[in-house]
Design a protein. Structure first.
Length: 383
């Protein structure tokens, strides 16, 4: 079936390629030349996607889809993006090379067995000379014997051509592999960090609490003595130090994995903004919960920004707006401080930008002198 439909489809594909290149090249000296060529390349990408589905249906060849074209709002960026779209040009090459391959495949998989059957039938129903009959029968049997091997060979060639030109390129595959490895690394790191947090909470902190309780009992026992003296003072100091260590450990545990994030970022942000030194108006609109790694990055970025507001901005109020727009988590932190902030040493913003870059996020700052200061964080919902 693939060989039967191949020739007409490849003829249509070749006609499309020639039309796009001819019209685009002919009009390249005019204003509409490049837009027409860009539109034709976008169509070639969609044709390639259709051929991928056809190969999956008729040949059982699953080809990973290539990366989508880069988002380019605006007419000129859209034209530039499609003219430089490697996947579209690879689709054009596939449509060009498929015609000769389909012609050969049609001859070997359809015409050759048809010739073999016709030769044998002609020998049976006709009255050819003996030598011609023997030649026709031998040739027909040879054609029928070769046809399956030739068909498999041509289908392998089609699969190879599809994988090489319609699937992701080597660089795209490498990027996808690195993204998958990064996702696994983030997930394993978060899991390991959570395990450390549990060990500290259930082990070390519990032991310190037990020591504090023992010291408290010792203080009570010494209080019954006529003159506890130096021993009582040392026990009291040890108890105070233990209480300080417990408080520090709890702060460390919360810094590693805030318990509020267990219920999601939407539930954690009210607690975080409520602890800020300045009044914070919070708006949260999340139609879906981001990945835990994204939630963690967003939580600590907002915490750092609110700390900057309270320490450096001189603001009297601030606002945090967090919402999911499509596949993007967008958080805006705004204050009415003096402005003039920059992404430089001492601001903490370079570290936030690096943290966001690790998850394909971005940071935008607008802080004119006199204020207000607005920081916009954007990151994907899924990593």
């Amino acid at each position: 079936m693939f060989a039967l439909t191949g020739v007409p489809l490849s003829l249509l594909g070749m006609a499309y390629v020639l039309a796009v290149l001819y019209v685009g090249g002919l009009l390249s000296l005019t204003v509409i030349g490049l837009p027409v060529l860009a539109l034709g390349l976008a169509g070639a990408r969609h044709l390639g996607r259709g051929h991928v589905r056809l190969m999956r249906t008729l040949l059982g060849e699953g080809i990973d889809p290539p990366a989508p074209p880069a988002a380019a709002p605006g007419v000129l960026p859209w034209i530039r993006s499609h003219l430089s779209d490697v996947t579209a040009w690879r689709s054009v090459l596939y449509l060009t090379l498929r015609l000769p391959l389909d012609l050969v495949a049609f001859v070997l998989t359809v015409a050759l067995p048809a010739f073999g059957v016709w030769s044998i039938v002609w020998t049976v129903i006709g009255s050819p000379p003996l030598w011609l009959a023997v030649t026709a029968v031998v040739g027909g049997l040879a054609a029928l014997a070769v046809a399956p091997v030739a068909a498999r060979t041509m289908m392998r060639a089609h699969r190879l051509l599809g994988r090489k030109l319609l699937g992701p390129s080597a660089s795209q595959l490498r990027v996808k592999t690195l993204e998958r490895a990064r996702t696994l690394a983030f997930a394993e790191g978060a899991r390991d960090l959570r395990q450390v947090e549990r060990d500290l909470h259930d082990g070390t902190q519990a032991q310190l609490v037990a020591i504090a309780m023992t010291l408290s009992l010792a203080t009570d026992a010494l209080g019954d003595e006529p003159s506890p003296g130096r021993t009582g003072a040392l026990v009291a100091r040890a108890r105070a130090q233990t209480d300080t260590a417990i408080a520090e450990l709890r702060r460390l545990i919360d810094g590693m994995s805030p318990a509020a994030l267990d219920r999601g970022l939407a539930d954690a942000l009210p607690q975080l903004t409520g602890q800020a030194k300045v009044p914070v108006a919070l708006t949260v609109e999340m139609s879906q919960r981001p990945d835990p790694v994204i939630e963690r990055v967003a939580y600590f970025c907002v915490a750092e920004l609110l700390t900057n507001v309270s320490k450096h901005s001189g603001a009297t109020k601030a606002s945090v707006d967090a919402r999911v727009i499509g596949k993007v988590l967008r958080i805006q932190v705004r204050d009415d401080g003096g402005g003039g902030a920059g992404i430089g040493a001492g601001s903490g913003l370079p570290g936030l930008r690096e943290r966001l870059t690790a998850v394909d996020g971005t940071l935008a700052l607008h802080s004119p002198p006199g204020g207000p200061t607005t920081v916009v964080l954007e990151m994907p919902v899924r990593i």
